[in-house]
Design a protein around this ligand. Structure first.
Ligand code: ZN
Length: 490
């Protein structure tokens, strides 16, 4: 893996930080991610609390995630400000193409060797400049970086339910007490919805609207809790996500993509992850790269790339981990290998066997509007009632460094793209005079919460353990334990 000259870099960073003028008090930062929240999910459902975020903060029309539009790659770009080819978290699954190792997403959260490739995430950079940081379920927050751990990290268990509204509120109380009582400067908080519902039922299903309303109530709860913890004047909050979601096209409308029709994958490839939505990777056996490329190029509704010919705009080609062949399906098409672990089942059943049965998916080109996602922010350093033009999620990193008043590690973002969200220094100094607006915000929030059916909480009991598989599922026809390809989390 690529390693960077960290000692010299650290020295430079510390010198720069020491020399940086501290013209105002340093506020704290809470970064919240709701996985798979498509940019327009708030537009066909009543979301009074999210609407208030714009009134008393900033919103981007949408933001563009990096290629790959997947949970781990995209979250790690947000928290490092690096393209995927640089941070090398190139899939939700940890894999080794040489040994055929494949490890499901939630297990990777504890595997530092998947995350630590020489790029320092924000937690570590902030800690090295004297700040106190924590991660609650956030991808990458449970790894060690050159032996250095995030000060406090809560990891998701493999059977953790994603949609328990009571627990969502408890998690908010937990992280706010870290910020208010234990003086943490930066906390990142992750929620697995609306991604799960989007996969299981599709982005147009009424249950997706229900979960967005649950998120909306949670935002209302958050805003009240921030006031209760006396953090209104000292905490900035960023609410974002990793990618959007699109409806998977199925028969009879379209023929699914079955790659084994074009190539005997078992014979031609030594490694592949293909049954994983719209993005596939494959290592041809020695001497067969051109044959694999030519054969798969004949398949409709997908684009095959040799790694060294991947467009520069994808920011993927320089990755050492990515196998030599990368496949990106057209929007809404899933790649089905019908090979290897599924092959024997195909023979047994003597019929076509689609192993991947999501109704919604992501992993498609980040230029597709369905892959775009959300950005809201509010707090003492942000403008009010400011609707921003779209920007790339990679620019969130320098914004967070600016908010925390730390010197960024080397990154691919630009503060120029996001600094217009911030109050200017002059505006900042006069922010105390906005106290009346802030208290009005809290009253609005309470009213919105009340009208948005707070009673829902009592209906939302924690999921029983046995529901974990069926809920994520319906998606997979095999028990998770039977194949490392099948993960509960995308
Ligand atoms: Zn997903």
């Amino acid at each position: 893996m690529k390693m960077r000259p960290e000692p010299l870099l650290l020295l430079t960073v510390l010198l720069c930080a020491a020399g940086k003028p501290q013209s105002k008090a340093r506020n704290k930062l809470l970064l919240i991610s709701f996985d798979g929240f498509r940019w327009d999910y708030d537009q066909d459902v009543d979301t009074p609390n999210l609407d208030l975020l714009l009134k008393y903060g900033v919103k981007a029309k949408y933001i563009t995630p990096p290629m790959l539009t997947m949970t781990s790659p995209s979250h790690f770009t947000t928290i490092t400000g690096r393209w995927v080819e640089d941070h090398e978290v190139v899939h939700n699954m940890m894999f080794d193409a040489k040994t055929n190792l494949k490890i499901p997403h939630k297990t990777t959260l504890r595997r530092s060797e998947w995350w630590d490739n020489g790029v320092k995430p924000l937690w570590i950079t902030a800690q090295n400049q004297g700040l106190k940081t924590a991660s609650f379920h956030f991808p990458g927050g449970g790894a060690n970086y050159s032996g250095q751990a995030v000060h406090r990290s809560v990891l998701e268990g493999s059977d953790h339910p994603d949609d328990n509204e009571t627990e969502w509120r408890q998690n908010i109380d937990t992280v706010l007490s870290w910020l208010s009582k234990e003086d943490f400067n930066l906390v990142t908080l992750y929620y697995g919805e609306p991604d799960n519902v989007g996969h299981a039922k599709g982005p147009d299903h009424p249950d997706r609207k229900k979960i967005v309303q649950q998120i909306d109530r949670t935002i209302g709860y958050l805003k009240d809790a921030v006031a209760r913890h006396h953090l209104t004047d000292s905490l900035n909050v960023i609410i974002t996500s990793d990618h959007g979601m699109t409806t998977v096209k199925k028969r009879p409308q379209v023929d699914e993509l079955i790659l084994n029709k074009y190539l005997n994958l078992l014979e031609a490839a030594s490694f592949e992850i293909l049954d994983y939505g719209g993005f596939g990777i494959l290592t041809p056996r020695p001497g067969r790269e051109q044959e694999v490329f030519d054969a798969l190029s004949k398949a409709p509704n997908l684009t095959v790339y040799k790694k060294n010919e991947i467009p520069e705009s994808f920011h993927l080609a320089k990755s050492e981990r990515l196998p030599p062949i990368v496949i990106v399906a057209d929007l809404g098409f899933n790649l089905n290998s019908v090979s290897r672990s599924t092959l024997h089942l195909t023979f047994v059943s003597h019929q076509r066997f689609i192993v991947y049965v999501n109704k919604g998916d992501h992993g498609y080109h980040n230029g597709e509007m369905d892959m775009k996602t959300i950005f809201w922010a509010y707090g003492p350093d942000f403008k009010k009632n400011f609707l921003s033009d779209p920007f790339d999620s990679i620019h969130i990193y320098p914004l967070m460094c600016e908010l925390l008043q730390i010197e960024p590690a080397p990154h691919n973002g630009s503060l120029t793209a996001t600094e217009n969200l911030l109050l200017s220094r002059g505006e900042d100094q006069s922010r105390k005079s906005k106290a009346s607006a802030e208290s009005a915000f809290r009253s609005d929030t309470s009213a919105a919460n009340h009208s948005a059916a707070a009673d829902h909480l009592s209906e939302n009991q924690p999921n029983k353990p046995e529901e974990a598989v069926s809920r994520s599922g319906g998606r997979y026809l095999l028990p998770v334990s039977e194949s490392p390809c099948f993960t509960l989390k995308r």
